[in-house]
Design a protein around this ligand. Structure first.
Ligand code: UGA
Length: 439
């Protein structure tokens, strides 16, 4: 099939490349020239494992362009995968989705199925369909279907090809048939992805309900972790014991300094706002948002309560919102570093992938290191913000060897408490007892 995907961010680009991989002719469209130039040269503008390999493998079925008229003109299916960022009041900003809809209405000259993959408030698919059919040439019909995305950054290709499920939301039999045909290869071996058809509004809701449930799980376990500190329990043991119950499961039970990224923060706020506006406030989601806001600064407060921050030499290990991505959106490191600077600390940061993006924001307000050893050298405290493999596997003896004072504040519980038995460091983590004494 001829497919056009609007947006070359995580959702759009990965969708386009994976659809090419299963045999479709795909055009990826973006308004940013530089991105398209990079893609034409086989380079991905986002850091995502396996993506460039897959682009190379399927280069004959992939086109990249900024020309929307050509890209939409005779597409069988158009995917909308542009961003729906958060507005200051927490609502979803649909400007990009609306602009794509306007461009589609200007460009198509045959019946088309438009698929909204971007995360959009319930009812948006209805509105976009109404807009398109009211604004295109007479005689052409657009069918809009919801097809929410469940990929996570860092595992996006695997999450798309071997998806947990494909959800198609449409009441239109033709749109359903087209999408079933499009996704047919993924429903077969070796992928075997379950495909669920449902009404459009429910499909839109599946996305929010799933993301908000996962965010709630994290906020819940973070609160339990904080409580463990008060009662002298160890959150790692507690989650180990909980995770064996298949009804609970052992995933998304890692406590730390809260969730970040481009999805959970915005999707919890958007759904909460929508529920409030409909006079049916989701109080659990509201609590989840509040807990996460406080949790992000929990490690900072532990540090501040232990050490005088003015002129303190602090190293930050990990700045991205999670490992295996260079994404800094809503990363806990941002607020923590801002606060450290406000209190007069001298900050040195290290991250295996995220430093370029961090530099764009913090410029020369912090120092940059090219290794963990360099970052922690002569420091009086270290704060771990992202659980990169390299940080988790770091030799703990080096903290003592290189730091001026080995005060380790771990916001991602990278190490076991027992690991510090023979290490003369002060180790503070989340939901567990502190080990050693302040240096
Ligand atoms: C999330 C969802 O996991 C995807 O299913 C969804 O498709 C995506 O949002 C989206 O809406 O596009 P993502 O934001 O890439 O994916 O990252 P996650 O792996 O879910 O992590 C989100 C945040 O939760 C990270 O900051 C991570 O550190 C935190 N987290 C995750 C925890 O604090 N504890 C955990 O146990 C798991």
């Amino acid at each position: 099939m001829k497919v056009t995907v609007a947006g070359t961010g995580y959702v759009g680009l990965v969708t386009g490349v994976c659809l090419a991989h299963i045999g479709h002719e795909v055009t990826c469209l973006d308004v940013v020239e530089e991105k398209i130039e990079m893609l034409k040269n086989g380079k991905s503008p986002i850091y995502e494992p396996d993506l460039e390999d897959l682009m190379l493998k399927n280069k004959d079925r992939l086109n990249f362009t900024t020309n929307y008229k050509k890209a939409y003109k005779d597409a069988d299916v158009i995917f909308i995968g542009v961003g729906t960022p958060e507005r200051i009041d927490g609502t979803a900003n649909l400007d990009y989705v609306n602009e794509v809809a306007r461009q589609i209405s200007e460009s198509i000259d045959k019946d088309t199925v438009v698929v909204i993959k971007s995360t959009v408030p319930i009812g948006t698919n209805d509105r976009i369909e109404e807009y398109l059919n009211g604004n295109i040439k007479n005689g052409i019909k657009v069918r809009v279907a919801s097809n929410p995305e469940f990929l996570a950054e860092g595992t996006a290709v695997k999450d798309t090809l071997y998806a947990s499920r494909i959800v198609i939301g449409t009441e239109d039999k033709i749109a359903e048939k087209v999408l079933k045909e499009l996704y047919l290869p993924l429903t077969k071996k070796p992928y075997n992805v379950p495909l669920l058809s449902m009404d459009r509004r429910s499909a839109e809701m599946v996305k929010y309900a799933s993301n908000d449930f996962l965010a709630l799980k994290i906020s819940y376990i973070n609160e339990i972790a904080n409580f463990c500190e008060s009662v002298g329990a160890n959150i790692k043991n507690v989650t180990l014991g909980m995770g064996y119950d298949p009804r609970i499961g052992n995933k998304f039970l890692n406590s730390g300094i809260g969730y970040g990224g481009s999805c959970f923060p915005k999707d919890t706020k958007a759904l909460h706002w929508l529920s409030k506006s409909l006079d049916c406030e989701l109080k659990t989601v509201k609590a989840c948002i509040e807990v996460n806001k406080d949790q992000k600064l929990r490690l900072f407060h532990k540090l501040k309560n232990s050490l005088y921050l003015k002129d303190l030499e602090v190293a930050i290990l990990g700045v991205t919102f999670k490992p295996n991505t260079d994404d800094l959106r809503d990363a806990p490191s941002i607020d923590n570093v801002e606060l450290l600077l406000e209190y007069g600390a001298n900050v040195t940061v290290y991250d295996p992938i995220g430093l370029d993006n961090f530099k764009k924001r913090f410029k020369d307000r912090v120092n940059y290191a090219s290794s963990i050893n360099e970052a922690i050298k002569d420091k009086e405290a270290v704060m771990i913000m992202t659980e990169w493999k390299e940080i988790k596997e770091y030799d703990l003896n080096n903290y003592v060897k290189y730091m001026n004072k080995a005060n380790i504040f771990d916001g991602r519980n990278c190490y076991d408490l027992d690991d510090f038995k023979n290490i003369d460091a002060y180790y503070v983590s989340i939901g567990r007892k502190d080990v050693g004494s302040l240096k």
